[in-house]
Ligand binder design. Structure first.
Ligand code: M6R
Length: 609
């Protein structure tokens, strides 16, 4: 959460910083601020709300300077307000921060005793004063910065400037992502490379507990003991074009429509006749999974739902017992780890704090290997896992995960086939049949998108509703959970997903004429069971919206609306039936007038626990 951009250049940097912030707004958008050094003075402008408010304020007041830092905030300490917005200033120093300083209260007491006054309720203001306090005795700012960082507990991505040294920008990383962008005669830092694509494609990834000192000509990286570290440069294959909305009204809409292509990209170079190329999973060889006897998947939110689908597929295709857990739960309990277990994390960003903490915990446990299924090259999960399976969805900007989810599902399916083959658990015929189905996936995805207009009309019946249930069975149960999550997070309609067979054990009490019930009902081996469950709901007067394929036995009547979707192979149904649910949420959100790409209280990358 929170986005940071910084620059040290030979030109005014405020526009670069503001454009960078706009690209990082997915990380937090309750307030923003910028500070540049001009004539050895700090010029600081802040505003509440979105980055566009800050842009207007900068246009009015102007913020000159060749060195500067900027921040878009997702509040952790203190309400969203100009006072709490970053940068925070202490005398000659200005600091922006992503993360949480856990021992800020103790440090604050000490600093108050030293004579410091605090205007904000933030932990960040405490940190900038702490650095200032060390600077009084230290020989230079780098030394003071290091001393202060040794005292803090918690997580941080930081950028620091000093009006007395306008040619230097300091940055530090521990628990919150930070990358350095390399320019010609100028250098940058940001929470995500997306922010810097208009100015460079050359990056250095800061690792945990590293500090960087940037000037226009140099970048030096140190560990927390002040020892210099050699870093290598990475050239990004993303370009600025991939992060624009193009003709679409919202990033989410664009990303839903990109799915045929992103799924195609997930497959690119990975299928070879009836084989999945070993290069599909970075780091594996042809025996890596042979001795695996148990799988533990850990993830959050939508990625967790992908893990739940993965359990069905992995157990079916590999015969390996698979457990799935929410990362924030996994990291704080004593898990029993079976011998020869594989630990899998799933994450779009690769930076989700709880997922990352779970991986770090798993590395101290008895796991044989760790594998991450991730969309972001160079992210923390990728760097810290033994194996990586890249989902290749491309940059996903909308806070609601869409193409990242469907590419995660496809990746897990490929992984299940790969493990199934290494374990000898899957027959050649079954392997062949599934791969043939997978080859049709991008084209089928295109066909499923054709229901868009029908769903736009249908969504009008949802506006004004306050609650909604999603039902599914078997592998479609996690898809019902995902449909409900998508609807609530962007349209603010309260929605819950249930396994349809579970309804009569309690939730059926919620059913009345005001409760729309979305049934995810492709023609598959559980359809008869699902039809019986739906009859129980219909008998209680629910309004039913059945997302199904042509030949199923659901009647359409006053109470039941059928949405007929193309026939498709059963193995692909979780991926394909996700698409109409995404479109339903999207249109409900548009009708409800919410901020589709940046829904309230959310952030795309949750780097605090
Ligand atoms: O980057 P990650 O996949 O680790 O993020 C996990 C969740 O925060 C994320 O999926 C979240 O639930 C999305 N807003 C869902 O649309």
């Amino acid at each position: 959460m929170c986005g940071i951009v910084g620059a040290v250049a030979q030109r005014n940097v405020s526009q670069i910083l503001l454009e960078g912030l706009s690209k990082l707004e997915y990380r937090g958008y309750d307030s923003a601020g910028i500070c540049c050094i001009d004539n050895n003075q700090l010029h600081c402008i802040k505003s509440t709300g979105k980055v566009k408010n800050l842009k207007e304020a900068v246009k009015e007041k102007s913020c000159p300077g060749f060195t500067g830092i900027a921040h878009t905030r997702w509040a952790t300490h203190g309400i969203p307000s100009e006072t709490n917005a970053h940068p925070h200033i202490c005398d000659n120093l200005a600091l922006v921060h992503n993360g949480i300083i856990e021992n800020f209260a103790t440090l604050k007491e000490r600093l108050i005793a030293e004579g410091y006054n605090f205007k904000s309720q933030t932990d960040t203001e405490v940190l900038v004063c702490l650095i200032h306090s060390h600077l009084k005795k230290a020989s230079n700012l780098l030394e003071a910065f290091l001393q202060a960082l040794h005292e803090v507990k918690g997580s941080f991505g930081l950028a620091l400037i000093d009006k007395n040294d306008p040619s230097t920008l300091y940055a530090a990383r521990s628990g919150s992502p930070l990358i350095i962008g390399l320019g010609i005669g100028e250098n940058f830092i940001a929470s995500d490379s997306l922010a810097l694509l208009p100015v460079t494609r050359r990056f250095i990834y800061l690792e945990e507990n590293e500090i960087a000192v940037l000037t226009t000509e140099n970048v030096k990286v140190y560990n927390l003991d002040g020892k210099k570290i050699e870093k290598s440069e990475i050239e990004s294959d993303l370009d600025a074009e991939s992060i624009s909305k193009g003709p679409y009204r919202h990033f989410m809409q664009k990303e839903i429509y990109e799915q045929p292509q992103s799924l195609q990209n997930t497959l690119l170079g990975r299928l070879d006749k009836d084989d999945i190329s070993l290069e599909t999973v970075v780091g594996i060889d042809d025996s890596s999974f042979k001795d695996i006897d148990a799988i533990q998947i850990v993830a959050c939110g939508t990625s967790y739902h992908a893990g739940l689908v993965g359990k069905y597929w992995l157990e079916e295709l590999t015969n390996i017992p698979t457990n799935v857990e929410i990362a924030s739960e996994y990291r704080y309990r004593k898990a029993v780890v079976r011998n020869n277990s594989l630990f899998i994390t799933i994450s779009q960003s690769g930076e989700t704090a709880d997922t990352l903490a779970s991986l770090r915990l798993a590395k101290q446990q008895n796991y044989k290997k760790s594998l991450c299924i991730c969309n972001v090259n160079g992210s923390s999960l990728v760097r810290e896992s033994d194996y990586t399976l890249f989902t290749k969805a491309g940059a996903e900007i909308g806070v609601a995960s869409t193409k990242a989810f469907t590419t995660q599902l496809l990746s897990i399916l490929l992984l299940a086939l790969l493990i199934g083959k290494q374990k000898g658990a899957i027959s050649q015929a079954q392997n062949h049949e599934i791969l043939e189905s997978i080859r049709k996936l991008p084209a089928l995805t295109q066909e499923f998108l054709a229901c868009d207009k029908e769903l736009a009309t249908l969504s009008e019946q949802f506006s004004g509703k306050h609650h909604c249930l999603f039902l599914g069975r078997g592998v479609m149960y996690p898809i019902a959970l995902e449909g409900a999550l998508k609807l609530k997070e962007i349209s603010y309609i309260h929605a819950e997903g249930y396994a349809a067979g579970e309804l009569k054990h309690g939730p059926i009490a919620l059913i009345d004429k005001e409760m729309p019930v979305v049934v995810v009902a492709p023609d598959n081996s559980l359809i008869d069971k699902l039809i019986s469950n739906v009859e129980e709901v219909r008998a209680r007067g629910a309004l039913l919206y059945v997302f199904t394929t042509k030949d199923t036995q659901f009647k359409a009547d006053d109470q039941t609306k059928r949405v007929n979707l193309p026939a498709c192979p059963e193995i692909l149904q979780p991926i394909l039936f996700t698409i109409p649910l995404q479109l339903l949420s999207y249109h409900c959100a548009v009708i409800n007038g919410t901020d589709v790409d940046q829904p309230r209280n959310l952030a795309k990358s949750v780097t605090v626990e």
